[in-house]
Structures are given as structure tokens and as C-alpha cells.
Design a protein around this ligand. Structure first.
Ligand code: FPP
Length: 264
């Protein structure tokens, strides 16, 4: 077993069996996750929706650690969309307070595991107390290199593209003739990060919900019926195993390789 998994995955467990089926040389580099189903999880237990979000933050902890230990380089989590402001006030307030708590409490775990935090989204619209925590944890983890955890907050894929266009138009150095897909990508919140190889969505919904619209152009999509609060390392491993069975062609004809084959 690879050293980072010792003590994390119990020998003989379901996770251990799944890890043995993985090819560590062909892991997705960037994994993006649409965490869905918190509300349904709570409803099934006759609990208020907010309890689903509370349980969902435990899955966030588990998935961040598992991804770093497995060797994922970028993990993007869709935590609060621009559309989420339309939810009842108490739910919105609880979501922001959970996010603030996460940043206050998980900073040590991020540092200990050499994980860099990067928030993507319209930071100006984020409550001031959460923004302070974001600035603090981003600065604290800025030099960490094992994995980047990209937290999408007050995020919308279309707004990201519009913000990118605005940024380019406002820059006198922008040369329309020289603009190409790579330089446009550099105007997005995710500048410098590779595009997601794998997009995971929980709770069975078959939508991309305005998440990383530009960046997921060639991502493999894996949907599980599991609700986010029940999602753990074993589901991540199932997603990676399925990903490794895919043939990624990036629009070309079959190159003969499986998932992870080189982009032309
Ligand atoms: C979707 O479930 C989930 C969200 C809108 C928020 C995700 C937030 C968390 C997982 C908790 C906090 C996050 C961190 C990073 C600590 P839903 O409410 O839409 O579920 P439903 O479709 O069943 O109603």
C-alpha cells in the first residue's frame, strides 16, 4: 500500500479492496465535486434541512483528507452557488456559519496535510466574517503543495466567464487577436489550475448546475445515487476505478489508451 494510506485505510476493509484495484499512475489530477442531497438526507431522517448540511461538512472533511492521501492534486468542491442565496434565510445563514467554522477549525488539518486552500467565486458577495477567514487560511496555506482544495463560494460558472471577459476588457494589454483558449482560461478564477478530469455529482441528479462550465469541457462525469452526507472515501475510490475504465478521446479518434491518456 502507498505510504500515505497506512493507518488511513484498514487492511481487509472495503476501502482496502478498492484501493488494490486502482492504478495510482492514472489517477485524475483534478477532481471536482457537486455535493448534493443534504436536504434529502435530512428529510429522510425527519430532521431540518440544516442538519443535512451539518452532516455534509463531515463528508467534506473525509473527502479532503482521502483525496490528499490518495494523491489527487486539485479537489474542487461546490459549497455555495450564487443561486443558493434564494434559499430560506436561516438555511443561508447556517451554511455560511458552517463554512466559517470549517475554515476556523480545519486550518490545522490543511497545514498538517500540506493542503493549499483556494477560494473561487465572487468574494465581494461573501459575508465579511467568512471573508476574513478565507483570507487568513488562504495566506496560511499559500505555500502548501501536496494538494489544492478549491472551495467554490458564491460561485457561478456563467458569472465566472462574464467576470473573465470584464477583466480582459479592462486590461489595456489585452490583444483580441492574441486571445486564445489558454489565455482566456487565465482570466478565470481557476487560473493556473488544470481542468477537472473527473466531475463527481452525488444524489443522482444529472445536471452540471453552473459549476466550472468552461473547465469541465472534457471532464468525465460520474454520478452516484449516494447523498452527500453519506459520501466517504470508498465512494471516491469507486469513482476513480470507474474513471480508469473510461477512454478519454478529447474529440479525437480512439488513441488506444484508457483514461488518463495524453491530451493531443
Ligand atoms: C446541496 O444539497 C448542498 C449544498 C447547497 C451545500 C453544500 C454544503 C456543505 C456540504 C456543507 C458545508 C461545506 C463545507 C465546505 C464545510 P441540497 O441542500 O441542495 O440537497 P437537496 O437537493 O437534497 O435539497
Amino acid at each position: 500500500m502507498i505510504p500515505d494510506l497506512k493507518g488511513f485505510i484498514k487492511p481487509g476493509s472495503v476501502e482496502d479492496a478498492l484501493v488494490r484495484r486502482l492504478d495510482f499512475k492514472r489517477l485524475p489530477v483534478h477532481v471536482a465535486v457537486i455535493m448534493d442531497g443534504n436536504g434529502r438526507w435530512a428529510k429522510r431522517r425527519n430532521l431540518p434541512r440544516v442538519e443535512g448540511h451539518r452532516a455534509g461538512s463531515k463528508s467534506v472533511r473525509a473527502v479532503v483528507e482521502a483525496s490528499a492521501r490518495l494523491g489527487i492534486k486539485v479537489l474542487s468542491l461546490y459549497a455555495f452557488s450564487k443561486e443558493n442565496w434564494k434559499r430560506p434565510r436561516n438555511e443561508v445563514a447556517l451554511l455560511w456559519s458552517l463554512l466559517e467554522d470549517y475554515l476556523k477549525k480545519e486550518d490545522r488539518i490543511l497545514v498538517k496535510n500540506d493542503i493549499r486552500l483556494r477560494v473561487i467565486g465572487q468574494k465581494e458577495g461573501i459575508p465579511a466574517s467568512v471573508r476574513r477567514q478565507i483570507d487568513r487560511v488562504e495566506a496560511l496555506t499559500a505555500d502548501n503543495t501536496r494538494m489544492t482544495c478549491c472551495l467554490a463560494l458564491n460561485y457561478g460558472g456563467r458569472s465566472e466567464i462574464v467576470d473573465g471577459v470584464r477583466r480582459l476588457l479592462a486590461d489595456p494589454k489585452t490583444d483580441p487577436a492574441a486571445l486564445d483558449e489558454d489565455s482566456f482560461g487565465d482570466a478565470l478564477y481557476t487560473a493556473g489550475l488544470p481542468d477537472p478530469d473527473l466531475l463527481i455529482r452525488t444524489s443522482g441528479e444529472l445536471r452540471v448546475s453552473n459549476f466550472l462550465l468552461w473547465q469541465i469541457a472534457y471532464a468525465e462525469i460520474w454520478v452516484t445515487p449516494e447523498l452527500w452526507p453519506d459520501f466517504r472515501a470508498r465512494h471516491l475510490l469507486e469513482a476513480f476505478i470507474d474513471y480508469q475504465k473510461r477512454e478519454r478521446r478529447f474529440g479525437a479518434v480512439s488513441p488506444g489508451g484508457g483514461a488518463g491518456s495524453a491530451k493531443p
